[in-house]
Design a protein around this ligand. Sequence first.
Ligand SMILES: [Zn+2]
Length: 79
Amino acid sequence: MILTDIMKYIESEYKVINNTPCEICGGDYEASALEILIIDDEPYDICQCSCSLCGHEKIFEFPAPFLNEEYIKYKAKTN
Ligand SMILES: [Zn+2]
């Protein structure tokens, strides 16, 4: 998968975040950090968000299957 496809995927994740109201006050979440974690050999996009109104923090987890191939290549290089 090429980089623009990955960007599209991340954009759709941001849409999910934007469409999820804060469970405390109903405000909008803003992404503050994005990282990739490998859980049970599956890559996940972990997005740390906080409410723009009350500051309530929420972690969004998205499976990131598009990272598999790149990750495996990366792993192969480093091992
Ligand atoms: Zn809130």
